[in-house]
Design a binder for this molecule. Structure first.
Ligand code: GAR
Length: 212
C-alpha cells in the first residue's frame, strides 16, 4: 500500500496542492503539531484522516518527536512530506525516516536556509529566487535536492508579492516530486538526486515570465 503522511503547522496550501494532485497513493494522513492549523479544516474537507500532536504538551523536543514518530509509524508511510511544518526535527527522528522524508522550502537552496527567505532575498538584491523540494537530512535545509523552480525578482517586488509568486511554484513542483517518489523514480547517489524515466517536459527548468 502506498501511504503518504503530510505534516503541517498552519495554512496548509502545499498540503492542499498535494491532496488535489491525484497522486498515485492509496492513503493520505495529515498530522499537525498545531491544533489551530487552518490546514486541518482543508484536509477534513478533502475527507482525509487528520491527527493533532500538540508539541506544547511535551516537555522537550525528543519526547514530542517520539510521539510524532509513533503516530506516523501506525500509518506505515512510504513517504512523509513536510508541508509548512515549522518544527526543527531531532536527529533521531530524521535518521529514522532518512530517504523517505521530504520538504518544500521557499528559496533556491542552498541559498537562504532557515526563515524569512523572501525578505532576505530582497535585502541581498538577488535577481533570481524560487523554491526547492529536497530530502531532509540532519543538516537543516541541506538535504539532496529533488526539484527547483526559479522566478525573477522584479523591481517593485515586496516580500508579499514575492512570497505569493514563489508559493505558486511550490504548488507546482511539490506534487511532481512526490509523484516521482511514489513511482520509485528518485534515486539518491552521493547527495545528488537522479530522476529516472522523467519526461523532458517534467524536468525542464521552469522559468516563468513576468505574467506568471
Ligand atoms: C511554504 O512557503 C513553505 O515553503 C514554507 O512555509 C510555507 C507554508 O505554507 N516552509 C518553510 O519555510 C520550511 N522551512 P503552507 O502552509 O501554505 O503550505
Amino acid at each position: 500500500m502506498r501511504s503518504l503522511v503530510i505534516l503541517i503547522s498552519g495554512r496548509g496550501s502545499n498540503m492542499q496542492a498535494l491532496l488535489e494532485a491525484n497522486l498515485p497513493v492509496d492513503k493520505i494522513t495529515v498530522i499537525s503539531n498545531n491544533p489551530n492549523a487552518s490546514g486541518l479544516i482543508i484536509a477534513q474537507q478533502h475527507s482525509v484522516e487528520t491527527a493533532v500532536i500538540d508539541h506544547r504538551s511535551f516537555p522537550d523536543r525528543e519526547s514530542f518527536d517520539a510521539a510524532l514518530a509513533e503516530k506516523i509509524d501506525t500509518c506505515k508511510p512510504k513517504l512523509i512530506a513536510l508541508a509548512g511544518f515549522m518544527r526543527i526535527l531531532s536527529d533521531r527522528f530524521v535518521q529514522h525516516y532518512e530517504g523517505r522524508l521530504i520538504n518544500v522550502h521557499p528559496s533556491l537552496l542552498p541559498a537562504f536556509t532557515g526563515l524569512n527567505t523572501h525578505s532576505r532575498a530582497l535585502q541581498e538584491g538577488v535577481k533570481i529566487h524560487g523554491c526547492t523540494v529536497h530530502f531532509v537530512t540532519s543538516q537543516l535545509d541541506h538535504g539532496p535536492i529533488v526539484f527547483q523552480a526559479a522566478i525573477p525578482i522584479l523591481p517593485d517586488d515586496t516580500e508579499k508579492t514575492l512570497a505569493s509568486r514563489v508559493l505558486k511554484q511550490e504548488h507546482r513542483i511539490y506534487p511532481q516530486a512526490v509523484r516521482w517518489f511514489m513511482l520509485d523514480q528518485l534515486k539518491i547517489l552521493n547527495h545528488c538526486v537522479e530522476v529516472r524515466k522523467a519526461s523532458v517536459n517534467d524536468i525542464v527548468l521552469h522559468s516563468p515570465g513576468l505574467q506568471e
